[in-house]
Ligand binder design. Structure first.
Ligand SMILES: *[C@@H]1O[C@H](CO)[C@@H](O)[C@H](O)[C@H]1NC(C)=O
Ligand SMILES: *[C@@H]1O[C@H](CO)[C@@H](O)[C@H](O)[C@H]1NC(C)=O
Ligand SMILES: *[C@@H]1O[C@H](CO)[C@@H](O)[C@H](O)[C@H]1NC(C)=O
Ligand SMILES: *[C@@H]1O[C@H](CO)[C@@H](O)[C@H](O)[C@H]1NC(C)=O
Ligand SMILES: *[C@@H]1O[C@H](CO)[C@@H](O)[C@H](O)[C@H]1NC(C)=O
Length: 241
């Protein structure tokens, strides 16, 4: 009796788990941040596969000097395109983003420049309100990477992050990105204490800006770990112990 009821609850749990994996598209991308390595022996404490645009964020929070050392990696739609990562100190979306944007210069070398995104219109290189150092960009095999150390408020625990990719650059300025679902949803938070990136989602049908936003957890290494521990403690108990 006991074993049949535990195996049917195991089955139910397994179905629930596989459903949750099926309905979360982030699992079907090929990005796996834990297998990514960087030049110059750069190592980061935390990595998060971001839920949109096949991208990932690696970072180390340094509370001693209130800074975040990071690597952002994404595949632009075209090698002559661009990738961007930003902190938005004032709101959740693109407007107000203090952005780092990487792209090829006309002579072929990579650059990463700062842009204060004040409007949806054309953007231009400008100083940003957050402290930035160690800026560097790389390109290889269709992948672009931004390296930076950015300052965060000394009592910050959660940052609004925005990321993006675009297919072209004209006259040294990134052109506008596509407006697909992935592009529009590429925003969320970085939780400095929990080590997680979470997605910011607008409410399905009425996606008007300014609507109340809902925070949706995406699996990070730590939530995957706790999922595995749960999985093991239930299935391990039933099947192997
Ligand atoms: C997604 O990113 C990975 C590297 O993290 C890359 O190998 C892969 O080609 C990318 N997939 C797409 C569809 O761009
Ligand atoms: C990600 O890469 C790590 C290290 O290479 C590996 O152990 C892990 O199984 C990979 N995860 C997935 C989902 O492919
Ligand atoms: C803050 O401290 C970290 C770790 O000690 C260091 O790598 C980083 O360069 C420092 N950042 C600044 C802006 O001083
Ligand atoms: C390419 O152009 C940029 C900006 O003009 C310059 O800083 C950089 O050194 C150049 N790179 C090469 C390899 O010539
Ligand atoms: C962080 O510090 C600033 C300046 O001291 C203060 O205005 C703000 O309310 C603090 N925020 C939190 C979340 O404690």
């Amino acid at each position: 009796m006991a074993s049949s009821s535990s195996s049917s609850s195991s089955l139910l749990l397994m179905t629930l788990l596989s459903l949750s994996f099926l309905t979360n598209p982030s699992h079907s991308t090929t990005t796996n941040c834990s297998s990514q390595t960087f030049s110059k022996n750069r190592i980061f404490q935390t990595c998060n596969n971001l839920p949109q645009l096949n991208s990932s964020l690696h970072w180390t929070y340094n509370p001693s000097n209130s800074s975040l050392s990071l690597a952002f990696q994404a595949t632009p739609p075209h090698p002559n395109g661009w990738i961007a990562w930003a902190i938005n100190p004032t709101s959740k979306g693109m407007i107000g983003s203090q952005s780092l944007i990487a792209f090829h210069q006309p002579n072929g070398s990579m650059t990463v420049q700062t842009f204060d995104i004040e409007a949806y219109g054309p953007i231009k290189e400008s100083p940003i309100s957050i402290q930035v150092s160690d800026l560097e960009a790389e390109f290889s095999d269709g992948l672009m990477r931004i390296f930076a150390t950015v300052g965060v408020a000394n009592n910050a625990t959660v940052l609004n992050q925005v990321w993006q990719v675009g297919g072209s650059v004209t006259g040294g300025v990134p052109d506008k990105h596509d407006f697909g679902q992935e592009n529009l949803k590429a925003m969320g938070t970085v939780d400095l204490l929990q080590g997680e990136s979470k997605q910011q989602q607008s409410n399905g049908a009425t996606s008007a800006a300014g609507n109340q936003k809902q925070l949706n957890s995406i699996p990070s290494s730590s939530s995957l770990l706790s999922c595995c521990i749960l999985f093991f403690s239930i299935f391990g108990g039933v099947w192997w112990l």
